[in-house]
Write a protein that binds this ligand. Structure first.
Ligand code: G3P
Ligand code: MG
Length: 238
């Protein structure tokens, strides 16, 4: 079972920051997940939310800031880390890609708030030799997945189940197949043996978010999930 550093080692360092990715690497991570946004001046950056309220106590939206302004905001005052900046996608990928075997680019683009995000991310990956093979693109937003697929027939896509229940799994499988997803990501809440085996029988690799307790990680391993997203890359060693 793949242990995927979720927003870096975000249980120990401010999420989605260079420190979080450095720490994940130090812990031996080979699989990574992070969230991608775009600034007003079209720079690709890594951050979870569309605004900076939770990481910086600042309600500014990434879409409204040029990168130069975004860079001035401290998003890392946590776990004793005094200062962290929202990193460029490029900085994160340059750091992790020598060691990474699997990289999940989660695109946050609800309502197409960042027009052109999908093109920009695909072109970013294409420009870096060897990166496409390691890359999986996922999104909660079906329009984003459709735009990604329209741009490239070959990229690997992950369908991210949002507020799914067992009953809603079948229609979601149909949607995931329609867009050519190879991965299906579900929340821990519905990660039970029945659902996981249904998804695996449908041909998907199944990854579960967010698994932060060792007992849950061991249960996921037992029911045959392919990967877990965890804020603690050392979860099985704890
Ligand atoms: O990609 C898995 C997981 O990160 C999805 O949820 O909200 O943590 O981005 P979220
Ligand atoms: Mg995410």
């Amino acid at each position: 079972m793949k242990i995927i550093s979720h927003r870096g080692a975000s249980g120990y360092a401010p999420e989605n920051t260079i420190s979080a990715f450095e720490l994940a690497l130090k812990m031996g991570s080979k699989a990574f997940e992070f969230d991608v946004h775009m600034t007003k001046d079209k720079k690709l950056v890594v951050h979870h939310d569309y605004d900076l309220a939770l990481t910086a106590g600042n309600h500014a939206k990434i879409a409204d800031l040029d990168y130069a302004a975004l860079k001035k905001i401290n998003v890392g005052n946590k776990f004793g880390f005094p200062v962290e900046r929202v990193p460029l996608l490029e900085e994160v990928v340059n750091l992790i890609s020598p060691k990474a075997e699997w990289i999940n680019f989660e695109l946050k683009n609800d309502l197409n708030v960042y027009p052109g995000l999908e093109e920009a991310v695909i072109s970013f990956v294409r420009q870096r030799p060897g990166l496409s093979e390691k890359a999986l693109f996922s999104s909660f937003d079906y329009g984003t997945l459709k735009r990604l697929r329209a741009l490239d027939k070959l990229i690997k896509l992950g369908y991210l189940g949002h507020r799914l229940a067992t009953l809603l799994l079948l229609p979601a499988i149909v949607r995931a197949k329609a867009v050519g997803a190879v991965n299906f990501h579900i929340s821990l809440r519905i990660a039970v043996a029945l659902n996981v085996s249904l998804l695996r029988k449908a041909g998907f690799s199944v990854c579960v978010y967010t698994v932060n307790k060792k007992t849950d990680a061991l249960r996921m391993q037992k029911i045959g999930v392919d990967g877990i997203f965890s804020n603690y890359p050392d979860i099985l060693q704890k």
